[in-house]
Design a binder for this molecule. Structure first.
Ligand SMILES: [Zn+2]
Length: 109
């Protein structure tokens, strides 16, 4: 399960940076084109944080929509993941944003 490994890596990163702190809230940004399912991350979070200094912490996830530009007609659009095609029918698209997964902020007690 892809999201489990991602959640583990997020939790490990936070735990490493804030050793000994009691983390109460983690905010993530998961781009709509990142391929990561936010609900699965939510599902894994409680399990992965058990026994760490993130145990019991809240999780907020922002899911900014992706942006693509069509290589044929130049239109910029928000694709409907996982179908990355322009309304003109071209699949020759460049992803401009929405592929990132990042930790936006962490609150400690
Ligand atoms: Zn197009």
């Amino acid at each position: 399960m892809h999201e489990l490994a991602i959640t583990e890596s997020v939790v490990a990163t936070v735990a490493e940076r804030l050793p000994g702190s009691r983390v109460t809230l983690v905010r993530l940004e998961i781009g709509a084109l990142s391929g990561v399912v936010a609900d699965s991350v939510r599902f894994c979070f409680d399990m992965v944080t058990e026994g760490t200094n993130l145990e019991g912490a809240g999780l907020e996830i922002d899911e900014p929509p992706g942006r693509c530009r069509c290589g044929e007609c130049g239109t910029e659009f928000a694709p409907d993941w996982p179908i990355m095609a322009c309304s003109c029918g071209s699949a020759n698209v460049t992803v401009l944003s929405g592929q990132d997964l990042r930790i936006v902020s962490v609150q400690v007690a």
